[in-house]
Design a binder for this molecule. Structure first.
Ligand code: ATP
Length: 434
């Protein structure tokens, strides 16, 4: 599929807008509209459920975006979190060296400058004085908030190894080259896990996490053939990593990273211990050993996951010589679960009945009422939005107290009693894992 089609659908239906659009937009920053915010919340919730609630070895955390500047010195980000970039001497465009296949400008063929290091962290000031002492960074990853809270979480939760900490939150990177819609932006959201293990068991946990995270995308409807694992070559590994595998998705621009699972060894905890002077080791009661845990890090992007779910679920099909666009989103992810539609909006009793039905769903899931077009167009609109079920109230509904429930994927219609409707829909949504 072409990315343009998806960008246009996202704009038209209120999933994703260009940030600050009325001012001409701010490059590579995006706002999630009424449907986008629901989809994004559902993705994060599905992730949280899978990595925190459904496991016995995980805790959650929500650390601040602003952190002590020493964090980023100890983590290696101040010195090392940089991309090598080159500029084209002809058209002045800037590129990441590792994204280029040849030593010339991919746009105009022009000569390139020597590579220069470009630190990706956004710097800002704390307080009102503009001196270096008050310089601070917007976090470029959420992971460090977890490392510096390792001891806090360990003692307050009385955990034993192995255990992990999960966190979602915003991260900021002054990317050299951006683009491909929300794939690479300067402000994005991550969902990250740091999983602390006894050294020696790290390779086994590394493999387990790769499999778990791969399966998660499949369980939410991503087609297996569009997902692959790409282990990093030795020369590709970050300085702290013993091993790393990317989960890649076949985006419209080609195979690209959705999530990375890294074996970070004891690098981060050791760095923070040395830099802060605090002991970040672990005492194993069973073996009476003291050691610094190794860490497995599954680190995914919320925006990239949302984009992959959108791309993967988009389909066009012909129905009675008419093109229909469907977002076949997994029921757990669909922004709206049920749309309630009156067949005739000039009949107040029908409208009243439809509104009442919609209102009844409010405590359980997101439902909408819509009467702004003919029924055929309303169905198409909900198909494009990914709504699994439409409930239609017609004239007969007034007397037989039954409504028509239409399934997004099969377009099959069932006549269901209003008193059984909630149970019917709950059952159908549950079948889909909601
Ligand atoms: P890339 O090589 O694509 O720049 P990375 O290897 O630097 O990514 P990580 O540091 O491993 O990325 O970050 C973990 C996850 O955070 C990525 O897998 C991705 O899903 C997400 N992510 C990283 N940078 C961005 C960005 N600029 N925009 C959106 N998501 C991002």
């Amino acid at each position: 599929m072409e990315m343009e089609k998806l960008v246009s659908l996202c704009k038209r239906r209120g999933f994703i807008f260009q940030s600050s659009e009325v001012y001409g937009g701010l490059e590579s920053t995006w706002d999630y509209g009424p449907l986008g915010v629901e989809l994004k919340r559902n993705v994060k919730e599905a992730w949280w459920r899978s990595v925190v609630y459904e496991r016995n070895d995980m805790e959650g955390l929500d650390a601040a975006i602003l952190m002590h500047p020493s964090v980023w010195v100890a983590s290696g980000h101040v010195d090392g979190f940089a991309d090598l970039m080159v500029d084209c001497k002809g058209c002045k465009k800037r590129f990441r060296l590792d994204h280029l296949k040849e030593k010339k400008c991919p746009d105009c063929g022009g000569e390139l400058t020597e590579p220069r290091k470009f630190n990706l962290m956004f710097k800002t000031q704390v307080g009102s004085l503009e001196d270096t002492a008050s310089s601070i960074y917007l976090r470029p990853e959420t992971a460090q908030g977890i490392f510096v809270n390792f001891e806090n979480v360990l003692t307050t939760s009385r955990r034993k190894l192995p255990f992990g900490i999960a966190q979602t939150g915003k991260a900021f990177r002054n990317e050299v080259t951006t683009g491909n819609f929300t794939f690479r932006s300067r402000e994005f959201e991550q969902m990250e896990i740091e999983y602390f293990v006894k050294p020696g068991t790290d390779e086994e946990w590394y493999k387990k996490w790769i499999q778990d995270r791969f399966d998660w995308y499949i369980s939410l409807g991503i087609k297996k053939e569009n997902l692959k694992l790409r282990p990093h070559a030795k020369d590709e590994l970050a300085h702290y990593a013993k091993a790393c595998t990317d989960i890649e998705y076949l985006f419209p621009m080609g195979w690209s990273e959705l999530e990375g699972i890294a074996n970070r060894t004891d690098f981060d905890l050791k760095q923070h211990a040395a830099s802060s002077g605090k002991d970040l080791s672990y005492f194993d009661e069973a073996t009476k050993e003291r050691f610094v845990p190794y860490v497995i890090e599954p680190s995914g992007g919320v925006d990239r996951a949302v984009l992959a779910f959108l791309v993967d679920s988009y389909r066009e099909e012909m129905v009675r010589n008419d093109k229909r666009v469907v977002l076949g989103l997994h029921k757990a992810l669909a922004p709206i679960k049920v749309a309630v539609l009156p067949l005739l909006k000039n009949r107040p009793e029908i409208v009243e009945m439809a509104l009442k039905i919609k209102q009844g769903f409010g405590k359980s899931f997101k439902a909408v009422y819509d009467d702004t077009a003919s029924i055929g167009r309303l169905y198409r609109r909900q198909d494009e939005t990914g709504t699994p079920f439409c409930v239609t109230v017609d004239v007969e509904s007034l007397s037989d107290k039954k409504v028509t429930v239409r399934d997004r994927d099969t377009m099959q219609q069932d006549r269901v009693g209003v008193d059984k409707l909630k149970e019917y829909l709950d059952g159908k949504l549950k079948e889909g894992g909601f």
